[in-house]
Structure formats: C-alpha cells, structure tokens
Design a protein around this ligand. Structure first.
Ligand code: SF4
Ligand code: SF4
Length: 207
C-alpha cells in the first residue's frame, strides 16, 4: 500500500506561478490513500486565481490505455496550459509524463509506503515511494528507480554508449533525464541547488 501526501502548498503554487496548468487527479486504486479534501481545496484556490485550463479526475491513471483516451478528449485544454499538474503517486505522474512528452508534467504529491498489499505495476517505470518526490526536477523520470545508484544530483560518469555501468542492459537513467529536460526546454533545472536526500522519509533506509 502507499500514501500520497500533498507537497508544501507554496511548492505547488510556485509550479503554477504566472502559468496556466491542467490538473489531473488520480483517486487511485484501493492500495493508495489520496488526500482528497486538501487537494480539492487547493485546486479551487488555483481555479479562482485563473490558473487552471481544465482538469480530469479519474482512477488508475497508471493505465496508459485508459489515460490515453481521457487525455485525447481534453487535448485542447492541455495544449492551452503551460504545464500539467498531477495529484497522484509517482507511477501516475510518470505515466502522464511519458505520454505528454513535450509538456512539463509536475508532481503535486510525495509518495510514502505503507505496510500491506502492494499491487504489481505493469509498466517499465516504477516508484520506490521514497517520500520526497524528485520528478519536478528530473523531467518526470524517477531518479530513484531509473538510476542503478538512485542518484539525485546527476550522472555518476560511468555510463558507456548511453548504458548504465552497473547494468549494461539498462539505459542510463540520468541520460534519459537529460534528454527529457532538453525536450521540454528545462535544462535549467539541472542547475538547481544540490539535492540533499532526506533518508528519514525512506522507509527502506530508515529501517
Ligand atoms: S522520486 Fe521516484 S521514488 Fe521518490 S516519490 Fe517520486 S517517483 Fe517515487
Ligand atoms: S550509469 Fe547512469 S544509471 Fe547507471 S549508476 Fe551511473 S548515473 Fe545511474
């Protein structure tokens, strides 16, 4: 099971600062807790401020076929937005980011683990529920699961021909992140302050 928790309100509002956003809510599967009331209150505030071009509220946004149809129906409103703001677990955000590859896609939530049944993700991307989601500075590609060393400050320097030095079958996650940031015109994010990972939020390392 896992829990999604809203990021700090200021952090979410700063993503929409002076921009238009399209909002996607995933009310999740039964394994995911979603902060419904807080998310609705914040979204109403953003709508009143004229920042929102439209929204989708659904479940299982990690199902690409399901989402593809919904995104296509709303494409005019998505195109009118500067970015897409996703209220979901990390897998949901990565699913949207993969589909809307030319649009900045931001995570409004952090994802934490909770003991109990964990569904299987039938996708190539994954969320390790690290409790401190980095997707907003990595172009929607999770550095924890896409990099063998879970590096959060860039490439280790060991990749060869785009492949990871730890696993030669795997694409270097940080090369993928670099390409994606270049595609959405956000290479500036690589200059953001050094990330100091808060391991207290990571259940695996805190144990
Ligand atoms: S950075 Fe990765 S592991 Fe951490 S919450 Fe985001 S998607 Fe999940
Ligand atoms: S080669 Fe790339 S994916 Fe592999 S450990 Fe280094 S930065 Fe991470």
């Amino acid at each position: 099971m896992l829990i999604t928790e809203l990021k700090e309100k200021e952090a979410i509002l700063s993503l929409a600062d002076g921009k238009k956003v399209f909002i996607i809510n995933c009310h999740g599967c039964r394994e995911v807790y979603f902060p419904l009331e807080e998310a609705e209150a914040l979204q109403k505030e953003m709508e009143s401020a004229g920042h929102v071009t439209g929204s989708i509220t659904t479940d299982y946004i990690c199902n690409p076929e399901n989402m593809k149809l919904r995104l296509e129906k709303n494409m005019a409103k998505i195109e009118a937005a500067d970015a897409v703001l996703v209220f979901s677990c990390g897998v949901g955000v990565q699913t949207i980011s993969e589909y809307l590859e030319d649009k900045p896609v931001y995570a409004a939530c952090d994802t934490y683990p909770q003991p109990g049944f964990q569904g299987v993700t039938p996708l190539e991307y994954d969320c390790d529920q690290c409790g401190e989601c980095y997707l907003n500075i990595t172009g929607g590609i999770c550095p924890i699961t896409a990099c063998s060393k879970s590096l959060v400050n860039g490439q280790c320097g060991g990749s060869k021909n785009g492949k990871c030095e730890v696993d030669s079958e795997m694409e270097c996650g940080w090369e993928r992140i670099y390409r994606r940031l270049a595609q959405i015109g956000r290479l500036d994010l690589l200059k953001c302050p050094t990330q100091v990972r808060n391991f207290a939020t990571d259940q695996e390392t805190a144990e």
